[in-house]
Design a protein around this ligand. Structure first.
Ligand code: PLP
Length: 443
């Protein structure tokens, strides 16, 4: 009897999202046939012999040397997320903010301006409005990222990127990714999208023209509130040699062979992978916000159930949003999948299966009423996070969006009366009953 080998699928682009989330980017046969990705708790890897060591260090062959730059467990996570986002490559980092900062710095390196909406996540507003300017990278904020005329007016000769969140936290407003990508490309700049809130299950910005996608994998991708992480994904389509980005065209010692007199730039050596290679070789290697193999493992486990979790949580989020619309003391509900919301048409176009697992709402009264509601919930946990399997509640102006300057509050849709929910996997009726009793008890 002849025997055949069961060849495990790893990188078949035609597979569906659910299948890729479980299989993409991992080669069992290269990993002792382990069906679950092993945790490679090893700081460094044997170079084996001088000839191989030289080839590895020079980049002539690929392999692992040192876990600050690459690690096999983290590599599987990077390949899997790149496959899910339809990118050509990814770099996993230790947090979502590391992903945001590295992506913005890599595009804006050497000094420049980034056009972005004022309603970004608080730490991203602080990064672009206050901290990155200390490094020569300045944010030009627009009140509405879908006002393409205002975005275009903000683009100048030293603009290096348009940056937006696909679905805004906490308003859930949806960005017009196709319109923004077309505008960015007309001006020779990339579109960078933070796709944390919808996760790649609900939206893949690269399919609509985005060049770089970043995630806080802490949220829906991990899905159980047990690991901090981030990832940067490259679509591999943007032309970094168009004259605006000298960091990609000048010779760089770290990717050259000075002994042989051979000099390379990131563009000449890596072609359409120039951006993602620069993130790894310069940013990860220098600033060192590396993803730990253990956290990468938790994120891989989370990815396996992403589709089923999102379906369940989005269903609950929509039911809760509709219920809140008719509830006493609730003055407004923000969930872009609801008819009548300002970006409802964009939600239908880009996120037909739902805008995600967060929503927000305003209540009568002031911050004291909000505090009584927060303190009154029993199933919801008062936690500054989203995308957990537990349902979470928070007051953005006091916690998650503290860094947003007061003058941006209206445009960012945050006020002292605002409450944000992140919907988990509990029974929907239990969640609704919990909100009902907390809101009734507060007045
Ligand atoms: N981007 C968005 C949209 C977020 O909501 C967050 C955190 O809440 C981040 C980035 C930062 O992620 P992390 O906390 O993993 O650094």
């Amino acid at each position: 009897m002849t025997s055949t080998t069961n060849t495990h699928c790893t990188d078949d682009a035609s597979l569906s999202f659910e299948t890729k989330a479980i299989h993409a980017g991992y080669d069992r046969q290269a990993n002792a046939d382990a069906i679950s990705v092993p945790i490679y708790a090893s700081a460094a890897f044997d170079l084996e012999n001088a000839q191989r060591g030289d080839a590895l260090a020079g980049g002539a062959i690929s392999g692992f040397e040192y876990s600050r730059v690459a690690n096999p467990t983290v590599d599987a996570l990077e390949r899997r997320i790149a496959a899910l986002e339809n990118g050509i490559g990814a770099v996993a980092v230790s947090s979502g903010m590391a992903a945001v900062s590295y992506a913005l710095m890599c595009a804006g390196e050497g000094g420049g301006r980034i056009v972005a909406p004022v309603n970004l996540y608080g730490a991203s507003v602080d990064a672009l409005g206050d901290f990155l300017p200390q490094f020569g990278i300045h944010g030009d904020f627009v009140e509405n990222i879908n006002d393409l005329a205002a975005v275009e007016a903000a683009i100048g000769p030293d603009t290096k990127a348009i940056y937006t969140e696909s679905v805004v936290n906490p308003s859930t407003a949806v960005a017009d990714i196709e319109g923004l990508a077309e505008l960015a490309h007309r001006h020779g700049i990339p579109l960078i999208v933070d796709n944390t809130v919808p996760t790649p299950y609900l939206l893949r910005p690269i399919d609509f023209g985005a060049d770089i996608v970043v995630h806080s994998t802490t949220k829906g991708i991990t899905g159980h509130g047990n690991a901090i992480g981030g990832v940067i994904v490259d679509a591999g389509r943007f032309d970094w040699t168009n004259g605006r980005f000298p960091q990609f065209t000048r010779d760089d010692l770290v990717i050259s062979d000075q002994k042989a007199g051979e000099w390379n730039s990131f563009a000449s050596r890596f072609g359409n992978q120039a951006f993602i290679k620069r993130v790894r070789t310069k940013y990860l290697r220098t600033f060192g916000a590396v993803q730990s193999p253990f956290n990468a493992y938790l994120q891989l486990i989370g990815l396996e159930t992403l589709a089923v979790r999102e379906r369940q949580e989005v269903g609950s989020a929509l039911a809760i949003a509709k219920h809140l619309q008719g509830l006493a003391h609730v003055t407004r509900v923000n969930y872009a999948s609801l008819e009548g919301q300002s970006t409802y048409d964009l939600a239908r176009k880009y996120l037909p299966e739902g805008v995600g697992t967060i929503l927000s709402f305003t209540v009568e009264g002031d911050a004291d009423d909000v505090r009584r509601i927060l303190d009154g919930t029993r199933v919801f946990s008062y936690v500054p996070n989203i995308g957990d399997s537990r349902s979470l509640i928070v007051d953005p102006t006091h916690v998650t969006h503290r860094e947003v300057p007061q003058r941006y509050y209206d445009a960012a849709g945050v006020s002292d009366n605002l409450i944000r929910l992140s919907i988990g996997l509990e029974n929907t009726d239990d969640l609704i009953a919990d909100l009902d009793q907390a809101i009734q008890g507060a007045y």
